[in-house]
Design a protein around this ligand. Structure first.
Ligand SMILES: *Cc1c(COP(=O)(O)O)cnc(C)c1O
Length: 371
């Protein structure tokens, strides 16, 4: 059940959450309290389970938005003399490169067209050409466009070359399967407020235990030292520094609903149904998605803006907002686009409603003929 007053967020984080998840935040928790620390412990083992990591991996939560966890994982797991290959196809890949630059870690930028999936053969060739590369950092679903990358193939070529893989699975984890037993990685990073449908405020990394153990002293930062956070949690069962208590209990409640829904398979199917209903409805209005269906992840869809003189994103955004839906601008530099998320506590029926709101707005704007 959803409260009726909030607009629906068609944005892939923050996103629309259920009433049950929101109600979980109506209590105050002490960070020293064993009941709260038990919730943290259970949460971490459930997250580990979703990733298929048993004793081989650990789950480390971290305060902050997803980027904090990405920066923490890169700063902790890549040694100061490490070198990271980054296939660069969009905004979140570019953010990884920017983080590495700020941290003073060497990086290799491997340009990839933004409307195409990363080519594992290009990664293989780049690794063959440069023996100094120690890590590959990839984005599973590039949320800037919605491209889905072939993660299993990328993991295979990276492991075959003896390099470590760091995965930004922020916008896919929980809806698109990843299994640490068959897909080798050193770290996978995600957050509370994406496909797990919690509220934003906490990231986490699933890290190969040996890589975590070997990373002591690498990090440039105290607050973002994932090794220190892990060691402290192991020793005390408590978070190092004040935990985002309400975010943690909301995520625990969101996870209970996740398992009730049927876990990763069911969540991925609902999002795929949302995505195809959305694309179909938008095509009916004459609006085309940027990506070919083979590379489209069921997470967020980028649409070409209508080629009409009356088009204006701000007016469009406000018209759709007045009708109860919040959309995203595009993140592409060369072509004008806008984005609609398929994730959150939403169903195909909600996608019909958003398409109707978009149609009405475009008719009001004069972009589409009045009925
Ligand atoms: C949401 C997201 C992040 C984290 O962004 P924040 O603004 O820090 O939450 C990182 N990578 C990807 C692919 C994302 O979708």
């Amino acid at each position: 059940m959803r409260p009726i007053l909030d607009p629906l967020l068609l944005t892939p984080g923050p996103l629309t959450t259920t009433l049950r998840t929101k109600q979980a935040m109506l209590h105050d928790w002490g960070s020293w309290d064993s009941a709260f620390n038990r919730i943290t412990g259970e949460l971490c083992s459930q997250l580990l389970g979703i990733a298929g990591g048993g004793d081989s991996h650990v789950c480390v939560p971290l305060q902050g938005s997803g980027t904090f966890a990405v920066e923490a994982a890169l700063g902790t797991l890549v040694p100061r003399d490490g070198k990271v290959l980054v296939p660069n196809q969009g905004a979140y890949c570019a953010r990884i490169l920017r983080i590495l630059g700020v941290l003073g870690r060497a990086a290799v930028d491997l340009p990839t067209p933004e409307d195409q999936a990363i080519d594992p053969a290009a990664i293989d060739a780049a690794l063959a050409a440069d023996a100094a590369i120690t890590h590959v950092a990839v984005v599973h679903c590039e949320t800037g466009t919605g491209v889905l990358n072939p993660l299993a193939e990328i993991a295979r070529v990276t492991a075959a070359r003896g390099r470590a893989l760091i995965i930004d699975a922020m916008s896919s984890f929980g809806a698109l399967p990843v299994d640490a037993r068959t897909l080798p990685f050193d770290a996978l990073i995600a957050a509370s407020g994406k496909c797990l449908e919690g509220v934003p405020g906490m990231g986490f990394a699933i890290v190969r235990r040996q890589a975590m153990q070997a990373s002591a002293g690498n990090c440039h930062s105290l607050a973002l030292d994932l090794h220190d956070q892990w060691a402290y949690l192991e020793r005390t069962t408590q978070w190092r520094f004040t935990p985002p208590t309400h975010v943690v209990v909301a995520l625990a409640e969101a996870l209970a609903q996740y398992f009730e829904e049927g876990g990763c398979g069911a969540r991925g199917e609902r999002y795929a149904a949302n995505c195809s209903r959305l694309v179909q409805g938008m095509r009916g209005l004459g609006l085309r998605p940027l990506l070919a269906p083979q590379v489209q992840a069921p997470i967020i869809v980028t649409f070409h803006a209508p080629a009409h003189p009356a088009w204006n994103f701000q007016a469009f955004y406000e018209g759709v907002r007045e009708r109860g839906f919040i959309l995203y601008p595009g993140k592409l530099t060369r072509i004008e686009t806008f984005r609609i998320g398929c994730i959150g506590a939403l169903t195909p029926h909600d996608m019909d409603q958003v398409v109707a709101a978009i149609g009405a707005t475009l008719r009001d704007m004069g972009v589409l003929p009045r009925a």
